[in-house]
Design a protein around this ligand. Structure first.
Ligand code: TRP
Length: 464
C-alpha cells in the first residue's frame, strides 16, 4: 500500500534526514566541550562504545517501532501496544516524545538563531572587529543574548525556516533540505579539517583525541558518554521513530541505523579535531567552555589567515546542522497533529510551529531581557532561567526516561516474532544480527539508561 503519509524517496533519503536530525549543536558544541573536560582519548573510546552498545540498539528499536506502527509516536504506541501488557498506557511514551519535541525546539531554535546573527556579522566584517579583543566580544555576546528584540528575531527567523521545510512534507521538504544541506555540511567540515591539519596544534589535537589514557576516566565520564551518545543520536523522544515511519520496507533498518550513527560520531570527532587544533595552536584557555562557540572561537578564527572566511564557513556549518535538527523536532510534533488530530500538514505545521514559536519567546527573553524569566529556578543552582530549566528537564529527564521506556517496549513488550518480522524486511538473513540486537535492547540498553537515570536522581549528576 502506498502510504498517504509520505515516504522517503529511498535509502539515502532516510539516511540524510536522520543524520541531519542527529548532527546538531550536540556534535559541534557539546561533544568537543565534554571531550575536553574528560581528557580526550579514553573518553572518546568510551563514547564510541556507548554509541555501539546502547545508542545504536535504541536507534534500531525506534526505527523498528516507527516502521511497524507507521504513525507518529503516539499513534505508533497506540497501535503496537494493543493487546500487549500495559495496553493504552504506552501511548504516554508517545506523548512524552511529542511534548519533548515541543519543548526542545522552543529553546534549541533560540540558540540556532544566534548562528544567523554570527553569519551576518562574519560577512559584514563586524565579527572581525569585535573579535579583535576577546573582552569586547564577550561583552557583545552578553549584551546580545540579553537583547529581547534580537533574541526573538533570531528565534522567529529560525522557526520560519524550519516551518518552511516541514510544510512541504517528507519528500518535498524534509528530504530535499537534507539532500542539499548535508553534503554541504560535510564539505565545509572537510574543508575546515584540512585547514586544521595545517596548524601547529594538529598533532597535539590528534594525540589528545586518540591516545587513550584510561587512568583519567571516572564512572562519571562513562555516564556522561552515555548521556551524550543519547542526545547526539536524537534518541528518546520518537524523532527516529517518526522518521522510521516514513522508511520503505525494502530498506535495511540495522544498516541504516549503523550508517547514521557512524556519520554522527564522525562529525563529532571532526569537530573536535578542528577545535582542538585551533585551541592548542593558540594555547587558549578553554575553562570558559560554555561560550566557546560564540565567544572564544571567533577570537581565534580572526588570528588566522582567512579568518573572515573561516568564521563565515563555520557558522554556516552550525546553522545547517541546527536546521536539519529543528526540522526533525517540528516533524515529530506535526506528525502527531496530522495523524491523530487529522489536521492537514499545512495546518499542523503552521499551528504547531506557531505555538512553539510563541512558547519559545519566553526562552528568548530568559537570557537577560526579562528579569522574572531569567531568574526562574526549578532545578537549583546554575539552572537559572526558563531556558536552562527546560534544557535541564529535557536532557536529564524526558530523553532518558523516554529512551528507557522505548527499550523496554521494544525488548520486552513487543512480541519477538513481530520485531523480527519488521527487522528482517529489507535485511534478509539477519538472524544472528537480530539476536545480538535483542540481547542489547533487552539487557544492555535498559541497564545503561537506568544507570543514567539513577545517577541523575541519586548522585545528582547533570547532562547538559
Ligand atoms: N541530536 C541533536 C544534536 O546533536 C539534538 C537532539 C536531541 C535532537 N534530541 C533530538 C534533534 C531530537 C532532533 C530530534 O544537536
Amino acid at each position: 500500500m502506498a502510504s498517504p503519509r509520505g515516504q522517503w524517496s529511498g535509502k539515502l533519503g532516510f539516511i540524510l534526514a536522520a543524520a541531519g536530525s542527529a548532527v546538531g549543536l550536540g556534535n559541534l558544541w557539546k561533544f568537543p566541550y565534554i571531550t575536553y573536560e574528560n581528557h580526550g582519548g579514553g573518553f572518546v573510546l568510551v563514547y564510541i562504545a556507548a554509541v555501539a552498545l546502547v545508542g545504536l540498539p535504541i536507534m534500531i528499536a525506534e526505527i523498528v517501532l516507527g516502521r511497524r506502527g507507521g504513525l507518529n509516536p503516539v499513534g505508533t504506541f497506540r497501535v503496537l501496544a494493543q493487546g500487549r501488557p500495559g495496553g493504552r498506557l504506552w501511548q504516554a511514551v508517545g506523548f512524552l516524545g511529542v511534548a519533548a519535541g515541543f519543548i526542545i525546539l522552543s529553546y534549541y531554535s533560540v540558540v540556532a538563531g544566534w548562528t544567523l546573527r554570527y553569519i551576518a556579522m562574519a560577512i559584514t566584517g563586524e565579527l572581525g572587529r569585535l573579535a579583535a579583543d576577546p573582552h569586547t566580544l564577550a561583552t557583545f555576546f552578553g549584551g546580545y543574548v540579553g537583547d529581547g528584540g534580537a533574541q526573538v528575531l533570531g528565534h522567529a527567523l529560525f522557526m520560519a525556516a524550519t516551518m518552511g521545510a516541514v510544510v512541504f512534507g517528507v519528500k518535498g521538504g524534509i528530504e530535499r533540505v537534507a539532500t542539499v544541506l548535508m553534503p554541504l555540511l560535510f564539505l565545509i567540515l572537510i574543508g575546515l579539517t584540512v585547514y586544521a591539519a595545517t596548524t601547529d596544534g594538529f598533532g597535539e589535537a590528534m594525540r589528545f583525541l586518540f591516545t587513550p589514557d584510561f587512568g583519567a576516566l571516572s564512572t562519571r565520564s562513562i555516564l556522561e558518554a552515555l548521556g551524550q551518545a543519547f542526545f547526539s543520536l536524537s534518541l528518546g523522544m520518537g524523532a527516529m521513530l517518526t522518521y522510521g515511519s516514513y522508511m520503505r520496507k525494502d530498506d535495511s533498518i540495522p544498516v541504516s541505523a549503523l550508517q547514521v550513527s557512524v556519520l554522527d560520531t564522525l562529525v563529532g570527532l571532526l569537530a573536535c579535531v578542528i577545535m582542538f587544533s585551533i585551541i592548542f595552536t593558540y594555547r587558549m584557555d578553554v575553562s570558559a567552555s560554555a561560550g566557546i562557540l560564540f565567544t572564544t572561537l571567533p577570537t581565534v578564527f580572526y588570528q588566522m589567515p582567512g579568518g573572515g572566511i573561516l568564521a563565515a564557513g563555520f557558522y554556516i556549518l552550525v546553522a545547517f546542522a541546527a536546521l536539519t535538527s529543528t526540522i526533525s523536532l517540528l516533524e515529530v510534533v506535526s506528525s502527531y497533529a496530522i495523524d491523530e488530530l487529522r489536521w492537514t500538514r499545512r495546518q499542523a505545521t503552521l499551528t504547531m510551529g506557531g505555538g512553539i514559536f510563541a512558547f519559545g519567546v519566553l526562552n528568548a527573553l530568559s537570557l537577560g531581557a526579562n528579569a522574572k524569566l531569567s531568574t526562574l529556578n526549578v532545578f537549583g543552582e546554575g539552572k537559572d532561567g526558563m531556558f536552562s530549566t527546560l534544557d535541564f528537564l529535557s536532557a536529564n529527564w524526558l530523553l532518558p526516561v523516554g529512551g528507557l521506556l522505548i527499550a523496554v517496549f521494544a525488548g520486552w513488550i513487543m512480541a519477538r516474532r513481530e520485531t523480527w518480522d519488521e527487522f528482517r524486511q529489507g535485511h534478509e538473513g539477519g538472524e544472528a544480527l537480530f539476536t545480538g540486537w535483542q540481547v542489547l535492547i533487552r539487557f544492555a540498553a535498559p541497564l545503561a539508561v537506568g544507570a543514567i537515570i539513577f545517577s541523575i536522581v541519586f548522585l545528582g549528576m547533570e547532562y547538559q
